[in-house]
Design a protein around this ligand. Structure first.
Ligand code: NAD
Length: 479
């Protein structure tokens, strides 16, 4: 209990150790374990296993598939404390947020499992004697790539969607936060998933994706990560004519209208920004606040931000853990220096805490010039920008000015504003008067460079299926 798990590959249901790279604890930079790297032979074996596994799984009834998948969620719930501890060790977030991530993952698994029983086709009316049946069939072997910010719930999106639709999967999870995926795959096997249907590998990301995506066994690619890597993988998938689900970066705008309580909205916004230390693709980042309430909103935001306690995620009094890796720390320092140099006011935070562990406070920048890097590059960390706007039209124009289009948020009490926001903001997910960007039953994904395809909801499962039309005519040689 409460130990960091042994990190292994899982191929054809068999767990395997290998040499690889160290995994670090971002709270103190100590080594937690060694992530095994898969060889080309391991990848071949994983593809063979997934191909054979697909033949078993596609012929398993949807009800039986759902029962196994739901049992995996039950086991994850039972093991929540142990898994949360491992996630906090490797990724840094406070234990309470690690638990939330696991429980949210379980909701996704359960919803997808049951929705998998409702992947209906349809019958198209035709002339007498002819019937067109539209079938939805599982697409086949899926190659999935998940990132380090949500060690469990990000792979869950892919594994639950693929398995619930009847597909098999080779998952390459993050080498920096591998324990979440190890626990996930273990829970599915303990729940009775036949060997070969879910395989787990690690290695050098570009080598693994370069090896798996072109292989004929792979029928679909799903990736969550940065836009530059997404473009590379989507290009590789396109060369081999494979569909892809791309869940990429965001730079979420938040439009605050003049008809809301500025102190309430500012306080809520600071707490939302601190979640997972801002390392979330839907993290609220660019706040466009009506000039009439700009000052009280910014003051309340900064006050709440300064009160966010940063510390080791294992300490129950920590509100925000360290950043997950050194790259994010360097990025935060560079964004703040650049914005300050271009005239931004720092209302809270602004520089690294200590010199061991990757701690950076929730940082609030106000009146940031449009040419500051943080205004057009995704910070992916605890940085919020608050700028005043004249009216909702200017706010919507600014929200849409970037090539990103994942999540957006707005605060207003006016139905008229809601209509304009719903029509005008270019995002895949718009949340009004709250900060929850997605849930198990809603489709989640981006527009513009934030990607395509959906995870979650009915649309999410449909991405793992192909449509086949079967025309059946009554045999009659007399006419
Ligand atoms: P990065 O661009 O190097 O990597 C992003 C992710 O892609 C990582 O998980 C990495 O392991 C994986 N990856 C990199 N090259 C790959 C390849 N050729 N094939 C397969 N996988 C590959 O950046 P990073 O420093 O790890 O993360 C920072 C940036 O990544 C952030 O700015 C953010 O935009 C993005 N990111 C987004 C999400 C998300 O939820 N959409 C999650 C994590 C990171």
């Amino acid at each position: 209990m409460n130990a960091y798990p042994e990190l292994q590959l899982c191929i054809g249901g068999a767990w395997k150790s290998a040499e690889g790279q160290p995994t670090l604890n971002p709270a103190d930079e100590s080594v937690l374990g060694t992530v095994p790297h898969a060889t080309a032979g391991d990848l071949d074996a994983a593809l063979d296993a997934a191909k054979a596994g697909f033949e078993i799984w596609r012929k398993t009834s949807p009800a039986k598939r759902a029962a196994i998948i739901v049992e995996a969620a039950r086991l994850l719930r039972e093991r929540v404390d142990e898994i949360a501890f491992a996630i906090t060790l490797e990724q840094g977030k406070p234990l309470a947020q690690s638990k939330q991530e696991i429980l949210r993952g379980c909701e996704i698994i359960e919803w997808d499992a049951n929705e998998g029983r409702r992947l209906y086709g349809r019958i198209i009316p035709s002339e007498p004697g002819m019937r067109h049946s539209v079938l939805r069939q599982p697409i086949g072997v899926v190659a999935a790539f998940s990132p380090w910010n949500f060690p469990l719930s990000s792979p869950v999106r892919k594994v639950a969607g693929a398995l619930s639709a009847g597909c098999s999967i080779v998952l390459k999870a993050s080498e920096e936060t591998p324990a979440g995926a190890v626990h996930l795959v273990r829970a599915f096997h303990d729940a009775g998933l036949p060997p070969g249907i879910l395989n787990l590998v690690f290695g050098v990301p570009s080598e693994i994706s370069g090896y798996l995506i072109p292989r004929p066994e792979v029928r679909l690619v799903t990736f969550t990560g940065s836009i530059p890597v997404g473009k590379q993988l989507a290009g590789l998938a396109a060369q081999h004519m494979k569909p892809a689900i791309m869940e990429l970066g965001g730079h979420a705008p938040v439009i605050v209208c003049d008809d809301v309580d500025p102190a309430g909205a500012g306080t809520l916004s600071a707490v939302a920004k601190s979640r997972n230390a801002g390392q979330v693709c839907v993290s609220p980042t660019r706040f466009f606040v009506h000039e009439a309430i700009f000052e009280p909103f910014a003051a309340a935001f900064a006050k709440r931000a300064a009160a966010i306690k940063v510390g080791d995620g294992r300490d129950p009094s920590s509100d925000m853990g360290p950043l997950a890796n050194h790259r994010r720390l360097e990025a935060m320092e560079a964004f703040v220096a650049d914005a300050k140099q271009k005239g931004a006011r720092v209302l809270a935070g602004g520089s690294r805490i200590g010199n061991r562990g990757y701690y950076f406070p929730l940082t609030v920048l106000a009146e940031v010039s449009d040419d500051a890097r943080v205004m057009y590059e995704e910070p992916f960390g605890p940085l919020a920008v608050i700028n005043p706007v004249r009216d909702i039209d200017e706010a919507i124009d600014k929200a849409n000015a970037l090539p990103y289009g994942l999540a957006g948020y707005a605060f207003t009490n006016s139905a008229r504003n809601v209509d304009r926001l719903a029509e005008g903001v270019e995002v895949g997910n718009l949340s009004i008067n709250h900060f929850v960007a997605s849930s198990a039953e809603t489709p989640f994904g981006g527009v513009k460079e934030s990607g395509y395809g959906r995870e979650g909801g009915t649309e999410g499962l449909e991405c793992y299926s192909v449509v086949k039309n079967v025309s059946h005519k009554q045999l009659d040689f007399t006419s």
